[in-house]
Design a binder for this molecule. Structure first.
Ligand code: PEP
Length: 253
């Protein structure tokens, strides 16, 4: 049985005081369930201090982005080895904000996915359609193409060391949420795409839902057979809100 992973993407929010308080609040209220894993992805400057605060707590640490390059003259970039060095286990790649606002193609995302794996980090690969693509009934095609770019570069077995997050772009930060049935349809499709290459990898890979997930809607989404957790933006900036989602996962048994 797959564990739930409840992951917080803090985006470009916070300060030293805020990230310390948020981290401490989450650590203090983590559900005891062995089936629920919690992950926080603070901005780069706070990774080291958060790593020190969560030591021994079971709370996991990830970054929000990584360079596709291993080292060298890439001003402003951060290498996977550096993230690993400061205590990260995970890194988000392909978030729609990076695809849309920072020109990251599926090929760049795939290269970042490979760079993360090369240093033993677990990539959290984000895929998802825009509202226009959904209205044109292209959701499954778009998601398949985003997955295919990574499968072609990294190989299907790489998903045994990765997480996938289905994030409909129209639901991110908008207050709109996919219904549990809408999300389940896409999660099942994602698992089928992986299963076409390796059934065992598909059975084991965690597929998270992201898009305005909060305490009030988490239970319905997390009750779906192919939804294994959440990638949470807004509701991850408050410990009580984030823990309400973790508690909804723990209540699934
Ligand atoms: C996200 O940015 O990954 C996200 C899901 O944000 P929100 O929860 O705010 O929609």
């Amino acid at each position: 049985m797959r564990n739930f992973l409840i992951a917080g993407n803090w985006k470009m929010n916070g300060s030293t005081a805020m990230s310390n308080g948020l981290t401490d609040g989450i650590v203090a209220g983590m559900p005891a369930s062995e089936r629920v894993e919690l992950l926080v992805c603070p901005p780069y400057p706070y990774l080291g201090t958060v790593a020190a605060r969560i030591a021994g707590s079971g709370l996991r640490l990830g970054a929000q982005n990584v360079s596709a390059h291993a080292a060298g003259a890439y001003t402003g970039e951060t290498a996977a080895a550096m993230l690993q060095d400061v205590g990260c286990e995970y890194v988000i790649v392909g978030h729609s904000e990076r695809r849309a606002m920072h020109g990251e193609s599926s090929e760049i995302v795939a290269a970042k996915f490979c760079a993360a794996l090369a240093e033993g980090l677990k990539p959290v690969l984000c895929v998802g359609e825009t509202l226009q693509e959904r209205e044109e009934e292209r959701t499954m095609t778009v998601v398949s193409e985003q997955l295919k770019a990574v499968i072609e570069m990294a190989g299907i077995d790489s998903f045994s060391s990765a997480v996938i997050a289905y994030e409909p772009v129209w639901a991110i930060g908008t207050g709109l949420t996919a219904t549990p049935e809408q999300a389940q349809d896409v999660h099942k499709h994602i698992r089928d795409v992986i299963a076409a290459g390796n059934e065992q990898v598909a059975a084991d890979v965690q597929i998270l839902y992201g898009g305005s997930m909060k305490g009030e809607n988490a239970a319905g989404l997390l009750s779906m057979p192919d939804i294994d957790g959440g990638l949470i933006g807004g509701a991850s900036l408050n410990a009580a809100d984030f823990l309400a989602i973790a508690d909804a996962a723990a209540a699934q048994g």
